[in-house]
Design a protein around this ligand. Structure first.
Ligand SMILES: [Zn+2]
Length: 456
C-alpha cells in the first residue's frame, strides 16, 4: 500500500513545488495592517487545498485577529488521531534591499526555493498536507485520523490561539500534536526535538535623584544610577558563567547520562561555531558543553541598557535613571512564576540603598520537555529513516515556543516537534529559502509516519 503512495509522491514532485510557489506568492505578513486582505486570501488558499484533497469539515475560524484554518479527516475508527499545527502567516520582509530575489516571487536556485515563508512555515505545513493528499489519492482514505489547525498569528505572538483552543477543545482533541516549524540539526540528519527552553523577561528601572545632575557640582555626593545598575548586573552571574540568584538551579532537571552522550555524539564543532560567531572565545557555564549550555541549562542575559548621555561629544552629567532589559532562558522544570519570585527577592538584596529599583515582568513562557522514552518517538524515527534514508537524531532547542506548552496543558496530549528546515535557511531574515530535497523527503517521511502510527 505504501509503495503506491510513495510512487505517487515521486511522480508529483513538480506539482508540489508549483503549489508551494503559489502559497509563498501570497504576502501574508501578519504584522502589517495593510496586508489584511492577503491574510484572508492566504487562509482561503489553505482551506481550498484542504477541500480539494478531501479533508472534511474544513472551516475558517474567525478570531479577534487573523483567522485560523481547520480541517479534519476522522473516519479511521479506532485509530489514533493527530493534530498538525502550523502557521500561514510570515515575517515582514525588511530590509527588502538585501534580498537577491523579490520575497514574494518564489525563485528556485541551487536546489532551494527562495521566498518569504518558504521554510517558516509554508513549506513545512504544505509537506504535511501533501503527505495526507497522497494517502487520500492512493487509497481514498487515511490510515489514522488527522486534524489540521493552521493559524495566522504565530509571527505576532499567537495572541488569539489560546482562546481559540479553549473554544474548540473537543474539536481539537487528539492523541498527539505534531508541529513542523523548526530545523533539523544539519542537512541529512532528520531531527526530533523533544525539549524547549522557557523564558522570563524583566525590565529593571533604577532611580537615583529627581533629575540629571551636573557631575562637577554633585559628582561624589550621590550614587550614579548607571554605576548602581552595573553593580547589580555584575552580581547576577559569576565569572564561570553561573547564575548567582539563590535557588535558581533548584528546579533544574539534570541531563541524564544518555542525553549527554547523545548531544556529545552530534557533529558540533566548537571551533567552527566560534569562528561562525566571530567571538574571540566561547563562554558559558563551567562543566557543560556548548549544546548542553544552549539546550538544557538556564541562561541569563542583559538584552539592553539605557542611561545618561549617549550623544556625540562629552556631556558631564550624572543621570537620574538607568534601566536594563534582562531575560533568563528557563529549562525544565523551572517555571516563570518561581523564577520571577527568586529574581525579585535577589535584586532587592543586591540593590544599593542609595537607589530605588523597580522591576517589571514583561513576559514569561514555560519550558517544555516530552519524555524521550515515549514509544511514539520510535515510530517517528522509523518514518524519518524511510523518508530520508538516514538515521534521525534527538535534539532540543534553546529557544521558546510558548504555544507548545499551551497545547500540552489545554489538550493534554504530547507534542512532538519535527523540523524540516535547515539552520541556515534564513527564517525571519532576507533570502529565506527551503531545501527542496528536504521538502520532498519531508512529504515522503510524513506519509510513512501516518502509516506507522496506524500500525502501532
Ligand atoms: Zn514559524
Amino acid at each position: 500500500m505504501i509503495r503506491k503512495i510513495t510512487e505517487l509522491i515521486e511522480k508529483n514532485e513538480n506539482r508540489y513545488l508549483e503549489e508551494l510557489k503559489e502559497f509563498v506568492r501570497i504576502p501574508s505578513i501578519s504584522a502589517d495592517p495593510k496586508k489584511s486582505e492577503s491574510m484572508i486570501k492566504c487562509a482561503m488558499w489553505v482551506k481550498k487545498q484542504m477541500d480539494v484533497m478531501g479533508m472534511e469539515n474544513t472551516e475558517i475560524i474567525e478570531t479577534e485577529g487573523h483567522p485560523s484554518v481547520y480541517g479534519e479527516w476522522c473516519r479511521a475508527e479506532g485509530k489514533p488521531t493527530i493534530l498538525i499545527y502550523g502557521h500561514y502567516d510570515v515575517q515582514p520582509v525588511d530590509p527588502v534591499e538585501l534580498w537577491d530575489s523579490p520575497p514574494f516571487e518564489p525563485t528556485v536556485k541551487n536546489g532551494g526555493l527562495y521566498g518569504r515563508g518558504a521554510v517558516d512555515d509554508k513549506g513545512q505545513i504544505l509537506l504535511h498536507m501533501k503527505a495526507v493528499e497522497a494517502h487520500l489519492q492512493a487509497e481514498g482514505k487515511l490510515p489514522i485520523n488527522i486534524k489540521f489547525l493552521i493559524e495566522g498569528e504565530e509571527e505576532v505572538g499567537s495572541e488569539n490561539l489560546v482562546p481559540l483552543i479553549k473554544d474548540n477543545l473537543e474539536k481539537l482533541q487528539s492523541d498527539l500534536i505534531l508541529i513542523s516549524d523548526s530545523s533539523m540539526f544539519a542537512k541529512g540528519m532528520p531531527s526530533i526535538c523533544y525539549g524547549l527552553r522557557g523564558i522570563s523577561y524583566f525590565e529593571l528601572r533604577v532611580r537615583g535623584t529627581n533629575g540629571d545632575l551636573h557631575s562637577g557640582s554633585f559628582g561624589g555626593a550621590v550614587i550614579n544610577p548607571a554605576n548602581a545598575l552595573a553593580r547589580i548586573i555584575t552580581k547576577l552571574k559569576d565569572e564561570k558563567g553561573r547564575i548567582l540568584i539563590p535557588g535558581l538551579y533548584d528546579d533544574v532537571l539534570p541531563l541524564s547520562d544518555e542525553e549527554r552522550r547523545v548531544f556529545a555524539d552530534l557533529p558540533h564543532d566548537d571551533e567552527k561555531y566560534r569562528k561562525m560567531l566571530g567571538a574571540p572565545e566561547l563562554f558559558g557555564e563551567e562543566g557543560y558543553s556548548t549544546l548542553e549550555r544552549v539546550w538544557a541549562r538556564p541562561s541569563l542575559d542583559v538584552n539592553g541598557i539605557i542611561s545618561g548621555y549617549t550623544g556625540e561629544g562629552a556631556k558631564t552629567v550624572i543621570p537620574a535613571k538607568a534601566s536594563a532589559k534582562i531575560s533568563l532562558r528557563l529549562v525544565p522544570n523551572q517555571t516563570p512564576e518561581r523564577v520571577e519570585e527568586l529574581f525579585r527577592k535577589y535584586i532587592k538584596e543586591i540593590t544599593p540603598p542609595s537607589v530605588e529599583v523597580e522591576i517589571e515582568s514583561l513576559h514569561g513562557g514555560m519550558p517544555y520537555i516530552s519524555p524521550i522514552d515515549n514509544p511514539i518517538f520510535d515510530v517517528v524515527r522509523e518514518a524519518l529513516k524511510n523518508g530520508f534514508k538516514a538515521d534521525s537524531v534527538t535534539i532540543r532547542e534553546g529557544g521558546s515556543i510558548p504555544i507548545v506548552t499551551d497545547f500540552k496543558e489545554l489538550l493534554k496530549s504530547p507534542v512532538i516537534l519535527i523540523g524540516f528546515g535547515l539552520p541556515d535557511e534564513n527564517a525571519h531574515a532576507p533570502n529565506e529559502w527551503i531545501d527542496l530535497e528536504n521538502y520532498q523527503k519531508g512529504i515522503l517521511s510524513m506519509a510513512y509516519l501516518y502509516e506507522g502510527l496506524a500500525e502501532r
